[in-house]
Design a protein around this ligand. Structure first.
Ligand code: HSE
Length: 317
């Protein structure tokens, strides 16, 4: 839905995301029903940023370095609409620097809120390209903006992307370690070149994973989430990762993967009776490696970023 009238205040919610889904490195991502909320209001002057929520949210800058603000600035520069001043209120529920799309949520929220204040001059496609330019890769920002599972390919600076309805009948057990891992560190550790057989391994699995998602063939999905392009190189950054993978599978998970760049691990479970066992076993395996984690039970989110209109959350793109 596109609304052309300009508003002085907007409230947006943006879902968390899990990128890669095993073999789909920098390509496949899925939205999760866990939201960051953002209010952006035009005021008579200055910049005020208020942040509440998750413990780590204390580290988020309250000045021009704030990502929501930087995203908003890009929209104002492009639309030519310049508010006299801005209040930004962020309610953070997505743990920061854990591989759950917290920076994507900030970017997407900032772009959408500022576009709303500007009178919705920019299209979803323009906003998504701006988000990818800020984040550097599309697999978190695309599902954060559009919801569901989004498969993307960058061709120079042009993004090709398609939405797939997410597997809402699968449950997701998400083990979030208490330590943060910078995406830059987790990317710097990756090799510049990989053996061709590893590339073939991932191409085959990522291709069939997409078909499994489209056809809701969960047996196939469970067999197609292994990876050789990033997870093996990141093992040392996430103590206990292999043991947590094994524990989740042994207790009934269909598949388990590193969420984004980590350190969060995400298990896909079909049988609801097994959820608690999967969660408890993941927590226990992490503990044995000296890592305390919190377990979240989530589901996939078909909708992306939404704005609040008369008490209802509605898609704005
Ligand atoms: N595809 C990216 C990576 C996601 O794995 O580095 C970062 O959140």
């Amino acid at each position: 839905m596109i609304i052309m009238e300009r508003a002085a205040m907007v409230r947006v919610r943006v879902p968390a995301t899990t990128a890669n889904m095993g073999p789909g490195f920098d390509t496949i991502g899925m939205a999760l029903k866990l939201y960051n909320y953002l209010e952006m209001e035009e005021i008579s002057g200055g910049l005020q940023i208020e942040i509440t929520g998750e413990e780590d949210s204390g580290d988020i800058p309250r000045d021009e370095r704030n990502i929501v603000y930087q995203a908003a600035e890009r929209v104002f520069a492009k639309t030519g609409y310049r508010p006299a001043g801005l209040t930004i209120r962020q309610e953070i529920n997505i743990p920061a620097a854990r591989g759950m799309g917290s920076s994507a949520a900030a970017i997407v929220g900032g772009l959408i809120a500022a576009n709303w204040l500007s009178g919705n001059k920019l299209s979803a496609d323009e906003l998504l390209h701006m988000a990818v330019a800020m984040e550097g890769h599309p697999d978190n920002v695309a599902p954060a903006m559009l919801g569901g599972v989004v498969v993307s390919a960058l061709m120079d600076e042009k993004l090709f992307y398609r939405y797939i309805a997410p597997p809402e009948d699968l449950e997701l057990v998400v083990a979030v370690p208490e330590f943060q891992l910078s995406t830059r560190v987790a990317r710097d550790i990756l090799p510049l070149n990989v053996p061709v057989q590893d590339a073939v391994f991932n191409v085959s699995r990522a291709s069939l994973l997409v078909l499994a998602l489209v056809q809701k063939d969960y047996e196939l999905l469970g067999q197609m989430m292994d990876d050789k392009l990033h997870q093996p190189y990141r093992l040392n950054l996430v103590p206990g990762m292999q043991d947590v993978f094994a524990a989740a599978r042994d207790n009934g998970a269909l598949a388990v993967a590193l969420s984004g760049a980590g350190p969060t691990l995400i298990a896909f479970v079909k049988d609801k009776d097994k959820l608690r066992d999967v969660g408890d076993s993941m927590r226990q395996a992490f503990l044995q490696a000296g890592v305390t984690c919190s377990i979240k039970y989530l589901s996939a989110c078909p909708a992306g970023a939404e704005v609040e209109l008369e008490g209802e959350w509605v898609t704005c793109l």
